[in-house]
Design a protein around this ligand. Sequence first.
Ligand code: CA
Ligand code: CA
Ligand code: CU
Length: 372
Amino acid sequence: MPPDAPVPLSGIRQTVLQTLSWIALGGVSFGIAYFATHVNQPKPGDPGEKAPAGMVWIPGGEFSMGTDVTDGWDDEKPAHRVVVDGFWMDEHEVTNSQFREFVQATGYLTTAERAPDADELLSQLPPGTPRPDPADLVAGSLVFTPTKGKVKLDDFTQWWRWTPGANWQHPEGPESSIEGRENHPVVQVSWDDAQAYADWAGKRLPTEAEWERAARGGLEDQLYVWGNEAPTDEVDEASKFRANLWQGDFPYRNSAGDGFERTAPVKTFAPNGFGLYDMAGNVWEWCSDWYQRDLYKHRATNRVTRNPQGPQKSADPARPFTPQRSQKGGSFLCNDGYCSRYRPSARHGSSPDTGMSHVGFRCAKSPDKQPN
Ligand SMILES: [Ca+2]
Ligand SMILES: [Ca+2]
Ligand SMILES: [Cu+2]
């Protein structure tokens, strides 16, 4: 029937009925389709299991790990192809209140709350180092302390102070507390502490490759977790602060333009493309890998490396006697004038028994079955 032809009443009724049934059928088929895609079948790359609370699915895939940028550090070069399987990642750094739950449930005592062992200490120092006075072996941790003025940036002991009584509940020393900072990332945790928390939570620490895959948020070859635009020290409407970093002159003048001189509550700044917060800055995050400074140079000879778990043991000519685990993401102390290690390719090694006031962690978890 041509569209402008008069329609007999029965014809209208028929059309109405037909339309109604089409709608009904459409509704049912839409419902089936919706049910199939949203309930029965996982989204592409999704394992189809319910996401553990507070975790985000990071799709598996191939990506460029590391960087070739000229001002990158030697340990993050060269860029090389890596494949990781999909996994779950905590959407934010483990907070003080989450860590407190773990401590209350288990009675766990962190490394910084126990007096250091002389033999353990000496094993990480050059042979012939004199035995420390037992009176000096008190529980404590390293606290960032701004210098009085401009200093040469080649000696970090100028701004890291060994502080007796500093631990996760007293991040800047015995006088400080975490009251009012329940939602801030836990700090002053060693790699062993992070590992113990992850075990308790039924999770694990991410590998360096997983961490970097997650941090890039699905972007390829970008400098930062949000893209290529460098962070600035100046606030204006166009360039809102994207991460908790250091504005001003490191390590003596922190203008805290982003609102935070030290840690910020998790989820203060915008998430990356995967919905993860603070993958740049706030606190450094422990990874499961041993740290090997020249690892990427070896790995780059492979066409692609699948699910790398890190080297068998750590290796760093700069610290030959200290075993080190990897950390990623940089912290509130990072600034372009000093280290700019808030780039997703950047990495760093630290002794697994060391806690610091700018180091925390988050956890990962694998699905029971990888999606195909
Ligand atoms: Ca800051
Ligand atoms: Ca972080
Ligand atoms: Cu830094």
